[in-house]
Design a protein around this ligand. Structure first.
Ligand code: NAI
Length: 472
């Protein structure tokens, strides 16, 4: 569905109208085109900095260098000496940059290692680094701060500093969202540093155009696979693949090399076949709530493809009514499709049909985080998904894999097209980037979580909502 207001505000006369009335003008978000590559930051210039005592510069500089980025630094700041040493060891070239004013060139991205911050007084270092840069973040620019998980801090003041970064990036994200720029945080548990490069590549990319104000926690072991075609040779099953977000997920997974099996209801068989024909996907028309669905999925995947490497539980429905007016079948249908079927299918696949190292992704919703009137059923299932992936994470880790969730915000699909006009407009404008997301925004996040790029991520829920006010 088209966002008429966004299109209008970018037309010649619409722009004049919007400016005259002082109305918000949503930015045009730049989205990634084509498949992942070895050096996605080739030709991009960013700024790198670190608080004194930070431990993550070697891993971060290596990751940025390997991705092709050129890096500018601020040598006058206290943390610079350690950055310089790490760069020298890695043979990474750093360029000094002017400190303030119009002479500071726009930064396409900014990466900051905040892991050295040990006491609240030292948060001044954060201010000192970012304040002169705040006005110089390029349109569609990216800010990523990296720190240790607050839980891993040995002392409370250090934990306070690590936790303060969540509030910092959320507020910064709201300040820079109007130019399509984003701010996110990576929290690294000790032992999970190998996951940094993949997480950084994702958050710095145009694929994360609709991800802002989010902490991404790395607390799983495992090395990333190949950067180009990360799903080559993998078999991926996507439910609800006929249209909307599911169709886009299926397409992105196929683009990254996966053989895709698309599931959708038998009555959508024609649309499912048309979608899958675009990338030689295999169709499996069935209702995921049917009693025999888990066994059929397991048998089909095993016999035709030798088992699954990736499963994406995307199929979902709404049956909205306030609780006082909700008939029992509205309640039951939503619980069945959005949560109970996921649990049953996974129980079957864990016995039969899932390969070692398999990665699962479930689609939640910010409706399960913030709640919505008329969606007690839907909200219950979508927060149930968040709890489910957290609880399943240790089991998946034992098998060398992972399970995570994506919580979309307002995404332009048939589901949101049914919404009344006012909530629909609010759904768009109340995000930091003042617009709804596209199915591909969810698909790219799923592609990240389904691949070795997210090797450090397990049991997490990533919100892809443009930092929407409700749940951002
Ligand atoms: P959609 O309604 O456009 O597509 C859902 C697909 O799931 C359809 O192809 C449908 O036939 C299929 N499906 C439904 N019940 C099924 C069943 N019993 N068995 C097999 N397939 C079934 O929905 P959309 O917008 O693409 O949503 C996809 C997922 O994203 C859902 O889980 C939804 O709750 C979630 N979501 C969507 C948001 C949005 O703004 N569109 C926001 C937050 C979450």
């Amino acid at each position: 569905m088209t966002d008429t207001y966004l299109e209008l505000s970018h037309s010649a006369w619409g722009n004049a109208f919007v400016s005259l009335l002082g109305l918000p003008k949503p930015p045009r978000l730049k989205r990634g085109e084509g498949a992942w590559s070895e050096r996605p930051l080739d030709g991009q210039a960013g700024v790198y900095g670190a608080a004194e005592g930070g431990q993550l510069s070697p891993a971060l500089l290596r990751a940025l260098h390997d991705a092709g980025a050129s890096l500018r630094v601020r040598p006058e700041l206290t943390g610079f000496e350690a950055v310089k040493r790490a760069a020298a060891e890695l043979n990474v070239t750093l360029t000094g940059m002017p400190v303030t004013g119009e002479t500071v060139p726009p930064a396409q991205f900014i990466v900051y290692d905040a892991s050295g911050l040990s006491r609240p007084e030292r948060l001044h270092e954060l201010y000192e680094f970012f304040q002169p840069l705040a006005a110089r973040i390029a349109p569609n620019g990216r800010v990523v701060i990296v720190t240790r998980t607050p839980e891993s801090a040995s002392e409370a003041p250090r934990a306070a500093c690590a936790a303060s970064l969540r509030g910092f990036i959320k507020s910064l994200g709201k300040e820079i969202g109007r130019k399509g720029a984003t701010a996110n945080l990576i929290e690294v548990a000790p032992g999970s540093e190998a996951g940094l490069a993949g997480a950084l590549r994702f958050l710095l990319s145009e694929r994360a155009a609709y991800v802002s104000g989010q902490p991404l926690v790395l607390d799983a072991k495992g090395a990333a696979g190949s950067w180009a075609a990360p799903l080559k040779g993998k078999t991926a099953l996507v439910t609800g693949a006929a249209r909307g977000i599911g169709a886009s997920i299926a397409e992105v997974l196929a683009r990254e090399g996966a053989q895709v099996i698309g599931v959708d209801r038998p009555q959508e068989e024609g649309e499912l076949a048309a979608t899958l024909a675009r990338f030689a996907g295999a169709g499996l028309p069935l209702d995921i709530t049917a009693a025999d669905a888990p066994a059929r999925i397991a048998a089909e995947c095993r016999s035709r493809f030798g088992g699954l490497d990736v499963i994406v539980h995307n199929a979902g429905i709404t049956r909205d009514k306030t609780l006082r007016n909700m008939p029992p079948h509205f309640w039951d249908q939503v619980i069945e499709v959005n949560l109970a079927a996921i649990v049953r299918i996974n129980e079957q696949l864990l016995q039969d049909g899932l390969k070692d190292g398999a990665r699962m992704v479930c689609i939640s919703s910010i409706g399960g985080i913030a709640g919505n009137p008329g969606q007690t059923n839907y909200g219950a299932t979508k927060s149930g998904v968040i709890g489910y992936v957290r609880a399943m994470a240790p089991l998946m880790a034992q098998r060398g894999g992972a399970i995570n969730a994506v919580a979309p915000g307002f995404i332009e699909t048939a589901m949101t097209a049914q919404m009344p006009a006012v909530p629909r407009i609010m759904g768009r404008l109340l995000s930091s980037v003042m617009q709804g997301g596209l199915p591909v925004d969810i698909a790219e996040a799923v592609g990240f979580l389904a691949s070795g790029y997210a090797s450090g991520v397990n049991g997490q829920t990533l919100r892809v909502c443009g930092q929407h006010l409700s749940g951002g």
